[in-house]
Design a protein around this ligand. Sequence first.
Ligand code: FMN
Length: 188
Amino acid sequence: MNRSPETINLLLTRRSLLAAKLVEPGPTQEELQTILRCGARVPDHKGVNPWRIQVADRATQDTFHSQLPSLHSGNPASLEKTLSKEAKTAPLLLIVSSQTTSDRAPRIEQLLSGAAVCQNIIIAAAAFGYRSQWLTEWFAYSDKVKTLLGIPTTEDIIGFLYIGSESEIPKERPRPDLSQIVSKLQLP
Ligand SMILES: Cc1cc2nc3c(=O)[nH]c(=O)nc-3n(C[C@H](O)[C@H](O)[C@H](O)COP(=O)(O)O)c2cc1C
């Protein structure tokens, strides 16, 4: 393997940006194809390819967001928060789901592979100079939303990935102290 200090630097400095703060331009078609290829190139136990990626442009996002009120049930405050903060149209939205129907690999591994798709997409987008935000909120877990998106209710939505250019540079946020999460394995 070739060494890639740029990749290490990107991993150590990348930050998300709120969907509401993502502006034009978004990835070109050529960049998008590369981002998608990176997304589809993840560890996948038994090669079951459980994931699906839907691409939504601004117009489609507008339609999607406008339908959220009729699909929402429960606390009205959470819908209000979604509409004012999260469900904000960005230059590009990728919806990653995982169908986890194969019995060749444990279900959790098919979900985790879908998470790897999301992370690869975010990293690839960052390598092209774009910011992103990985959202789920209530709408990732709503059967009504899945039905609207043509996703079987047996399938899991792993992430709504909003992607675009930065309107501001986000400040770093606290990261865990490695000593709190890493330890030397001690066997009895
Ligand atoms: C599976 C998953 C779901 C997430 N869902 C939301 C969400 O619904 N709303 C939200 O504000 N942040 C959500 N986040 C967190 C953001 O995507 C992001 O991690 C956070 O804003 C800080 O990111 P950074 O460390 O990449 O800068 C989610 C993260 C993950 C991994």
